[in-house]
Write a new protein. Structure first.
Ligand code: ZN
Length: 55
């Protein structure tokens, strides 16, 4: 999942690192244009297109 640099708005940056904490995932990024580093945390179920019903 790519992200945009918050400093220079360089787009389509692939994550350099990924850490999972249960249902959350934190992607670490490093901008190839300006060298800025940052991390974006996401809640995985929000990105799951289908839910399995617990029938
Ligand atoms: Zn940048």
């Amino acid at each position: 999942m790519t992200d945009s640099c918050p400093v220079c708005v360089h787009r389509g940056i692939a994550p350099a690192a990924e850490r999972r904490h249960g249902e959350n995932v934190v992607h670490g990024y490093r901008c190839p244009a300006c060298g800025h580093t940052w991390a974006t945390a996401r809640h995985l179920p929000a990105y799951t297109p289908t839910r399995r019903s617990a029938a």
